[in-house]
Write a protein that binds this ligand. Structure first.
Ligand SMILES: Nc1ncnc2c1ncn2[C@@H]1O[C@H](COP(=O)(O)OP(=O)(O)OP(=O)(O)O)[C@@H](O)[C@H]1O
Length: 332
């Protein structure tokens, strides 16, 4: 019993992440264009007293898609139901979720590109007409029973917008493409999180964390927590020195590249002579899922000017050769 109680009372990493989530559009840092677009969409719906159009949030992990879905529900003052593509493996799974929605509710489907095909087809009708057809029976005796749904707003999130079938993509009234954050925006994220965690950190330290966070708020918050741990355990102040020492300990280099980024970079440069190399070959060579390489590692390496995507595969840039310290062959 005591164990249970203390387990509940102990904050976990995830509860910290939850506590750091901005609760309104005004608190949400960066993504100025998306914020303006969303504000207009939500305000127009509120004036007309209707549910806003369905919203698709596309972009790499950790940029705030889940947070934005929560903000949409909070701004509309409606409940939020959260689920994910992998949890919807049959049309029946989706029918259960849809039929339980209350009027105006926001339905968030994370990783929507991983939903079962049969459920996707059910979703088309639900998004357009707020109705679904439920199949009863099998074979020649099968009939479909129409079921009216409460009007709802779907917020879909995907790291792979290109994988969504066109009929599904077309049913979203608004698609927000989330971009990696600029260093000064990440500095705002870190400053805000440090305040919420009651951790005093020097401006230089904030700058250093922001520069090494791969343009991603989730990483910025995580690195901040590691620096805070370091200062707590070593009794040091939150200055640049502590930031350097903590990030060095966790293998985060000056540019924010972590172990997997570096492995991918070295594989392309060293093992594949700078490329071109196909995604699946690259994934096997570093022992990772192709999807992780494509949605997590690659966008950052491309943005950092270290990797290019060509029709023949991934290629290292001159900068990548320089970063690895391996001499670039003259022939390249
Ligand atoms: N614009 C922002 N301002 C402040 N904090 C942010 C912002 N965006 C994200 N965060 C923080 O980053 C963390 C990750 O955000 P979130 O879970 O919304 O990302 P996500 O895009 O849904 O990631 P995934 O695709 O992996 O689920 C959250 O804890 C949140 O506090």
């Amino acid at each position: 019993m005591t164990g249970e109680l203390s387990a509940q009372a102990t904050p976990t990493e995830l509860s910290f992440e939850g506590a750091l989530r901005p609760g309104s559009l005004d608190e949400f840092v960066g993504q100025a264009k998306v914020r303006k677009q969303l504000r207009l969409l939500l305000d127009a719906a509120t004036i007309q007293q209707r549910s806003p159009d369905h919203i698709l949030l596309a972009g790499p992990p950790g940029l705030g898609k889940t947070t934005l879905s929560m903000i949409v529900a909070a701004e509309l003052e409606k409940p939020l139901h959260q689920t994910s593509g992998p949890a919807i493996q049959h049309a029946g799974d989706l029918a259960a979720v849809l039929s339980a929605l209350t009027p105006g509710e926001v339905l968030f489907i994370d990783e929507i590109h991983r939903m079962a095909r049969s459920a996707e087809e059910m979703l088309y009708l639900a998004m357009e007409d707020f109705r679904i057809d439920i199949m009863v029976g099998k074979g020649a005796g099968a009939t479909s029973i129409p079921l009216e749904l409460a009007p709802f707003t779907l917020v879909g999130a995907t790291t792979r917008a290109g994988l969504l079938p066109n009929p599904l993509r077309d049913r979203f009234g608004f698609t927000a493409h989330l971009e990696f954050y600029a260093d000064d925006e990440l500095a705002d994220v870190v400053r805000r999180a440090a305040r919420l965690l009651d951790f005093e950190i020097a401006p230089d330290g904030i700058g250093e964390i922001s520069r090494r966070s791969r343009g991603t708020p989730r990483i910025a918050n995580r690195l901040l927590r590691r620096v805070r741990d370091y200062c707590l355990v070593h009794g040091t102040p939150g200055d640049t020195e502590s930031v350097h020492a903590a990030l060095h300990l966790y293998d985060v280099d000056e540019q924010g590249l972590d172990r997997l980024d570096r492995e991918v970079l070295y594989a392309v440069v060293e093992r594949f002579g700078g490329g071109p190399v196909g995604l699946s070959t690259l994934a096997v060579s570093v022992g990772e899922e192709a999807e992780t390489i494509e949605s997590v590692v690659e966008p950052f390496l491309v943005r950092s000017g270290l990797l290019t995507r060509t029709p023949r595969g991934r290629m290292a840039t001159r900068r990548a050769w320089e970063a690895t310290g391996i001499p670039m062959p003259d022939a390249l």
